[in-house]
Design a protein around this ligand. Structure first.
Ligand code: ADP
Length: 434
């Protein structure tokens, strides 16, 4: 699966998942609220009715200060099904009148009411039955006053266990369906993402192919151009003025710039289209580094920069020697380009171990202008150059470090920079090497 398709599928699924979550959450809330609100309203109305019907008894008991026990309390048969029940308790919680629930609920309901000192009027309570099953009740506490005096509290309840169970079943079914829909959405998202990304990927691929083809096609006319310039230069009989000769020389310099740019573009374009295959073989990294230093000797001498090579052991690397040469060339060439004359560049090679993994570590260190931390990642992006005015004076296209990074990644390695302005730069490469 391509990266773009993966990302789009995740985004589609997340958006749909969020929508499902909100929808399921709201549906559950409405279900729960609807069920309990209706039952609570019922028992609140009932509590008012009971107050009206039993007021005489309540007043009478209050005046008598009659402390009745549950056994002798007057029983009612308001609801013979036992689902709805009530307890009228005096100010000291002495039982005045009871319409009890079904026998199995009696003890737990009585206990629940006795330990309840109602702040809020209604509540949903879960009680444990003697059979160890759970029962769900809605309860309301209705206080009966005369003036300031509390005459009694009417506790009305309803056994809603059956409702609660079907509510739990509905919520589980709803959540399960939401989860199934989420999987379905991810599958549909995957196909939809494919429909969007396939043409997009093809267009990107065509663009990359175009850059690769164009850079490749440019190489032939460029070579012809160089041959022509050199032919004019070598023609002993030509009578070019010093001015024309200067133009020829400048044209040659520009030609080399263009050639490098075309080569760099071609390398990156081929890397993008996956046309570059690494040709790995075992070689001496020490020797290869010396060859790179040797090929940059003239540039180093011109700027009087000392290039020092540090190594304690002979390192054999299994990698693509041509690409590693290119990598070292880019890093050392940058060091030479950006450092001040008469400074020093150190190339350090060593084997390192990190747990079970072994690496070859290459460090190219200079004492140049350094790189501010905010650019440490950006310098590896294509065409990025720090401070255009500073870089413009120095030849470059901003492609070197992108190529270096590609080479290192193609070898499953890592490249990083340690640098601070005016304290020089250290480019560190780690290449896995068993
Ligand atoms: P180029 O050198 O062609 O501009 P690179 O991709 O090699 O492109 O480097 C990107 C930018 O990173 C350079 O333009 C330069 O600003 C900065 N840079 C690279 N190497 C060094 C270095 N050794 N010291 C200071 N700045 C550097």
């Amino acid at each position: 699966m391509s990266e773009a398709r993966k990302k789009l599928t995740i985004v589609y699924s997340m958006v749909f998942g969020l929508f499902l979550l909100v929808f399921t959450g709201m549906a559950c809330f409405i279900l729960v609220w609807g069920t309990y609100a209706e039952r609570t309203e019922e028992i609140e109305i009932l509590a008012n009715e009971i107050e009206n019907e039993q007021l005489d008894l309540i007043v009478q008991q209050y005046k008598k200060k009659n402390l009745t026990t549950p056994e002798v309390a007057i029983e009612d048969d308001y609801d013979i099904s036992g689902q709805v029940f009530y307890y009228i308790l005096g100010p000291e919680k002495q039982v005045i009148k009871v319409d009890p629930p079904v026998p199995v609920l009696r003890a737990p309901v009585y206990e629940e009411i006795m330990k309840w000192s109602p702040g809020k009027n209604t509540k949903v309570a879960t009680v444990t039955l003697p059979t160890d099953e759970m029962a769900t009740l809605v309860l309301t506490a209705h206080k009966v006053y005369r003036g300031e005096s509390l005459l009694a509290t009417i506790y009305v309840g309803r056994d809603v266990t059956a409702y609660a169970r079907s509510l739990v079943r509905s919520i589980v079914t709803l959540s399960g369906s939401a989860f199934l829909f989420l999987i379905l959405a991810a599958v549909i998202g995957y196909f939809l993402a494919g429909k969007v990304t396939i043409p997009m990927e093809e267009s990107i691929k065509r663009k990359k192919q175009f850059i690769a083809d164009a850079s490749h096609e440019l190489r032939t006319p460029l070579s012809v151009l160089l041959t022509s310039i050199e032919a004019i230069e070598m023609d002993k009989d030509n009578f070019l003025s010093p001015f024309s000769l200067q133009i020829m020389s400048d044209a040659k310099d520009e030609f080399f710039r263009l050639k490098r740019l075309v080569n760099d573009l071609l390398t990156l374009a081929r890397a993008d289209t996956g046309d570059v295959k690494l040709k790995k073989e075992a070689f001496s990294l020490n020797l290869l580094s010396e060859q790179v230093i040797h090929s940059l000797k003239t540039t180093a001498e011109q700027k009087k920069i000392r290039v020092r090579f540090q190594m304690n052991e002979s390192i054999e690397l299994n990698a693509d020697p041509e690409r590693i040469y290119q990598l070292l060339y880019i890093l050392i060439d940058n060091g030479l380009k950006y450092s001040l004359p008469k400074s020093e560049i150190v190339i350090h090679l060593e084997r390192v171990k990190n747990g079970k993994n072994s690496y070859v570590k290459i460090v190219v260190e200079d004492t140049g202008p350094g790189i501010p931390a905010k650019f440490h990642e950006k310098i590896f992006q294509r065409f990025f150059r720090i401070d255009e005015s500073r870089s413009r004076a120095i030849e470059g296209s901003g492609l070197g470090l992108s190529i270096a990074q590609w080479i290192v990644h193609a070898h499953q390695g890592e490249i990083s920079v340690h640098s601070e302005p005016s304290k020089g730069s250290q480019f560190i490469v780690l290449i896995p090497s068993p």
